[in-house]
Design a protein around this ligand. Sequence first.
Ligand SMILES: [Zn+2]
Length: 55
Amino acid sequence: MLLHKDRQKVMIRCNLCGEKYTLVGKKGRAGQVETGFKQCLCNNERDFEIQEIDF
Ligand SMILES: [Zn+2]
């Protein structure tokens, strides 16, 4: 069973076009969140603001 403990909701905002994505990822040991998010609609792959949000 998956518990909310190891799942983290994040909001990813593209710094180029301002598009926002809300995703649920898995929190890694180093504290970073793995969401599988690859790129924005505008082809931006690296310039994002990532914010963790509570369920
Ligand atoms: Zn974008």
